[in-house]
Structures are given as C-alpha cells and as structure tokens.
Design a protein around this ligand. Structure first.
Ligand code: FES
Length: 105
C-alpha cells in the first residue's frame, strides 16, 4: 500500500475555519458527552447559522471522537489556528463562535 504524501495536488479548503467538539461517550461517564457536548454542539451550530457563517467559505462545526483529555471538557479544537479549548457553557460556546466569525469576516 502506497502512503499518500503532501507532494500531490492540494484540495482547496471549503471553509476558512473548522471547529471540532469532542462528543465522545465513555461508560464511566468521564467524558465530554456527559458534560453536555451535544447541547454545546447544537448551540454553536445555531449561533453560526444566526451569524450567517455556516456556509461554504465560512465556518464548519463538527463533533469528533476523543481528544484524550477526558478529565476536562467538553473539549474543542479549532483549525487552522490549532487552538485547544474547554467550552463549558452555552455562553462560552456562543462567544467562541462570535470570535471566530469576526476573525473570518
Ligand atoms: S471524551 Fe472528550 S476528550 Fe475524551
């Protein structure tokens, strides 16, 4: 099997910014899902929609698997900045989307 390299043609990014929120569930309850990740995901998507940045060229928000920081969270990773954050409340989720929307404007 040939492993792809970065030498080939690049796929142009469809979004300027990509937000991943861990929505992993663990049987011991020590996880982002148990701390409200799905509600925060919905909150972030709703805010992005309200701001009109949930379109191509704007902001993409997806749930992800575990980031390995299960003792904290819900955990969020933002690209292309590479920022790792903990977002605990709807207000924090909205503030993050507000900041990212302003950065890509
Ligand atoms: S469950 Fe979210 S980082 Fe592990």
């Amino acid at each position: 099997m040939e492993i792809p390299t970065n030498d080939g043609p690049r796929v142009k990014g469809r979004f300027q910014c990509h937000v991943f929120i861990c929505a992993n569930e663990r049987s011991d309850g020590e996880c982002c899902a148990a701390r409200g990740a799905f509600e925060l995901l919905r909150c972030m998507k709703k805010r992005a929609r309200a701001l009109g940045v949930d379109t191509e060229g704007g902001l993409m928000i997806n749930k992800s698997g575990c980031f390995g920081l299960c003792q904290s969270g819900p955990n969020v990773v933002v690209y292309p900045s590479g920022d790792w954050l903990t977002v605990s409340t709807a207000e924090e989720a909205e503030a993050l989307i507000d900041r990212l929307a302003a950065e890509i404007a």
